[in-house]
Design a protein around this ligand. Structure first.
Ligand code: SF4
Ligand code: SF4
Length: 485
């Protein structure tokens, strides 16, 4: 549709009136708790509302600008920090000071190569250690205030601590582990379409809100480490043909109360249960399977797979935004050789919207998110928005809560992370169909007008900030409502 046609069709003046008038109603219905999406219990996710069909495209909206390269395991912040931490511990008492003093040149070969290329990440590691130390020292000041938030976060993290992880970690090469317990006498699947339809329904019954299917490209496979094998360079196993990618949201009220009341583990552990059940189901019907789950049990990078599977697009904050859940989209995947019909990627105008909207960058307490007008960084052959992981991780170690640490402010403030009420549904349906950019500009202006933003550093404890949260914490996480202290 051309610009003129669109304006004729909608009528600029009436559009302005409708959007302006709707703003007040949208604001009021925003207070309605039942509007949160992703937790509906209608069969097969029938209560999800966004129709992707008009936006199917042949190529995903991320931009390929060179020869794609696979992600090296040291590119992953937690694996990198774990590796450096292990090296420091191997040196015994005084290891930290010695590595800090002697610098990058004293490190084992792989770490040396990584940090020589990324010296600021090396510095951030020590700044983060220092922040974490201060956070631990400061915790007695905060522990009463955040008693419930801390207990709730620890409860969600508990399935991953000190016990067998679920699903079990691979205990051998993919050619063996992924086929463990596979039904040796499977029935013939009628077609890949039947396969996709069935597996989506099953994944929804296990608790997923969104499910998509895509073929696995080699460039989305980690390099340098393979779970069940160890450190190795390897080609994509032939049976890693398709990925079932699925998403759930965080519990919405604690999510809006980031950074001090939310916890990533709440969604992580639920995703692990969905993945483990799906892994078993697929083996039972005769195909190989392997879970790829947060916080760090991956052999695949999931966000680009989610984009390929048409769940959404990448936002400025680096996280996949979906029309149903916005940036409150937590992802996991299961790889399989089951024949499946892939979904198509979508272009919903999200990346274009991010060019104008910089709310997440303005609100980020660590300055980790780019303010550039367009993505400029090329990472492993793709131009993309790129957050500074090390700066971000330092902020996790600065906010008031300790073991529940994390931030997620960028996800909560994102205008796409809004409720399933009619005004937001209307805006989300209209914007991707509007080539003029008028709807996006109006939505953005409304967003800034109607929602309060404390501003970056305010989310940190004094003296830098005031322990602000984006939204108000739910009463069941406000310790003062239930305990005297
Ligand atoms: S999680 Fe927090 S610190 Fe990290 S990028 Fe988002 S807003 Fe910034
Ligand atoms: S807050 Fe704005 S710029 Fe950031 S990801 Fe969301 S839409 Fe994009």
């Amino acid at each position: 549709m051309h610009r003129r046609d669109f304006l004729k069709f909608t009528g600029l003046a009436s559009g302005t009136l409708v959007l302006g008038g709707a703003a007040a109603a949208g604001y009021m219905s925003g207070a309605d708790k039942t509007g949160n999406t992703g937790w509906g219990r209608a069969p097969y996710a029938k209560d999800q509302f966004f129709n992707r069909k008009p936006f199917f495209v042949t190529t995903p909206t991320y931009e390929k600008v060179g020869t794609p390269q696979r992600i090296q395991y040291l590119d992953n912040l937690f694996r990198r920090n774990g590796e450096l931490g292990m090296h420091i511990r191997s040196l015994g008492e005084g290891g930290l000071e010695s590595v800090k003093g002697e610098g990058i040149s004293s490190l084992p070969q792989e770490l040396k190569a990584y940090y020589t290329e990324h010296p600021s990440a090396f510095e951030e590691f020590f700044l983060t250690r220092e922040s974490a130390k201060q956070q631990r020292e400061r915790w007695p000041e905060h522990r009463n205030q955040y008693l419930l938030a801390e207990a709730w976060s620890k409860a969600h993290a508990s399935p991953l601590k000190g016990r067998e992880a679920y699903p079990p970690q691979p205990q051998g090469p993919p050619e063996e582990w992924d086929f463990e317990g596979v039904n040796p006498d499977p029935l013939k699947l009628k077609s890949p379409q039947h396969g996709s339809e069935l597996i989506k329904k099953i994944t929804h019954t296990f608790g997923a809100t969104l499910v998509g299917v895509t073929a696995i490209k080699e460039e989305w496979v980690y390099q340098g480490i393979l779970r069940g094998v160890g450190k190795t360079n390897f080609a994509k196993p032939a049976h890693w043909k398709n990925a079932i990618v699925f998403a759930i949201p965080h519990e919405w009220e604690s999510f809006y109360a980031n950074p001090t009341y939310g916890t990533s583990y709440e969604a992580y552990t639920m995703l692990r249960f969905i993945a483990g059940k799906l892994e078993t189901f697929i083996r039972e019907i005769g195909f190989s399977s392997r879970s790829h789950v947060p916080p760090n049990s991956y052999d695949l990078i999931i966000p680009p797979l989610a984009i390929d599977a048409g769940l959404g697009e990448q936002g400025r904050h680096g996280v996949v935004i979906t029309p149903e859940l916005g940036a409150n989209t937590r992802l996991a995947a299961v790889s399989t050789d089951m024949p499946l019909e892939p979904d198509k990627p979508v272009d919903l105008g999200i990346m274009k919207f991010c060019n104008k909207c910089k709310i997440c960058a303005e609100e980020c307490p660590s300055g980790a998110i780019s303010f550039d007008d367009k993505p400029t960084k090329v990472v492993r052959g793709y131009r993309r928005w790129c957050t500074d992981q090390d700066k971000c991780f330092k902020a996790w170690n600065q906010v008031a809560t300790s073991s529940a640490r994390g931030c997620r402010v960028c996800l909560a403030v994102c205008p796409y992370s809004r409720k399933n009420n009619w005004i937001h549904t209307f805006a989300r349906e209209l914007d991707p169909r509007d080539p003029t950019g008028f709807t996006a500009s109006t939505m953005l202006a409304m967003q800034k007008q109607f929602f309060d933003y404390p501003g970056g550093s305010q989310y940190l404890p004094p003296p830098d900030g005031n322990n602000k949260t984006y939204g108000k914490a739910p009463d069941w996480l406000r310790t003062e409502e239930w305990f005297d202290f």
